[in-house]
Design a protein around this ligand. Sequence first.
Ligand SMILES: NC(=O)c1ccc[n+]([C@@H]2O[C@H](COP(=O)([O-])OP(=O)(O)OC[C@H]3O[C@@H](n4cnc5c(N)ncnc54)[C@H](OP(=O)(O)O)[C@@H]3O)[C@@H](O)[C@H]2O)c1
Length: 339
Amino acid sequence: MRCYEIHQFTPDLTANMRLTERPDPVPDAHDVLVRMRAASLNFRDYLTIVGEYNPRYRLPLIPLSDGAGEVVAVGAAVSEFKPGDRVVGLFAPDWQAGEGTVSMLRNTLGGPQDGTLSELRNFPEHGLLKIPDWMSFTEAASLPCAALTAWSALFTQGNLQSGDTILLLGTGGVSIAALQFARTAGARIIITSSSDAKLERARELGAHETINYVDRPNWSREVRKVTGMRGVDMVIEVGGAGTLEHSLKSVRPFGQVSLIGILAGREEPVNLIPILMQNVRVQGVIVGHRQSFEQMLRAIDMHSIRPVIDRVFPFEESAEALAYLRDGKHFGKICIEFN
Ligand SMILES: NC(=O)c1ccc[n+]([C@@H]2O[C@H](COP(=O)([O-])OP(=O)(O)OC[C@H]3O[C@@H](n4cnc5c(N)ncnc54)[C@H](OP(=O)(O)O)[C@@H]3O)[C@@H](O)[C@H]2O)c1
């Protein structure tokens, strides 16, 4: 089988992503062998490949956490899957429900485990879910990391209610999935972007208020204005150090800031006073468990939510796809299709 391997951590994407051959995997008793049909990119994959996520990951490593495909063979002890089933992989396969242990949270695809940028992959039976018939492999491949993180922030680790107001930062994979879920939950949605064209697309998807964070560097002031100075109930905080101060100014007392990403930096002094004086709940979110994924899939099926895919690259152009992700021109998800 063909797969990509990371051989060295360097910012040069074409130098560190090597297309190579490995022997076809053979399923053990509890394994399910999947012919991968699509994968999707997350910002974490870019950070991993350039060595900024975890430079201690053992190399060579097959990158990418997210993928979907078709079962081609199953081990003797497998009961849930059969050849021909259409499936999607879990980001953290051992985390099935509830509070994950350190090893459950760490044992993830695309580092330290080999990832999905591979024509064939063995999954443990408990690391796969079936996908609805109407959903394409590419749509399913867009879900395991970004969409599940959005779902966990809103519903598993948060308590989004109809009538709540939510603030989404930027128009990447996590924020756009959150927009779609929050819309079906009856929330009022405020979203920021560096691009007016992207904000227009967000409005078409159901955003109620849009703010260009480049034109309005004090965007929290705009958020407070459009909420009648009340502030939002929840912030999906994907910017990190560069946006946290404004997120804290945007949230209402007793509201929640879901800390998810570091697109705008990972270290910065933080003024803790607004957190304690306003009783703000700052909730870290790391993707999610199988039970949440199952619930998310049921909601996606019920509401016929079609994941927003900006662009699809062929497998052979995976390095170009990563460069496209790095440049941040996308809206929603970037995917890769296998021949
Ligand atoms: N904790 C977790 O479990 C988890 C899971 C998934 C992702 N993440 C993290 O969450 C972040 C987002 O992930 P993603 O997959 O959605 O990334 P992505 O698809 O690469 O999102 C990129 C977009 O983020 C927006 N952005 C960049 N800087 C911004 C800023 N200063 N303010 C507001 N928006 C900004 C830009 O939107 P515009 O072009 O519209 O300006 C950019 O296009 C990343 O840091 C990722 O590592 C964490």
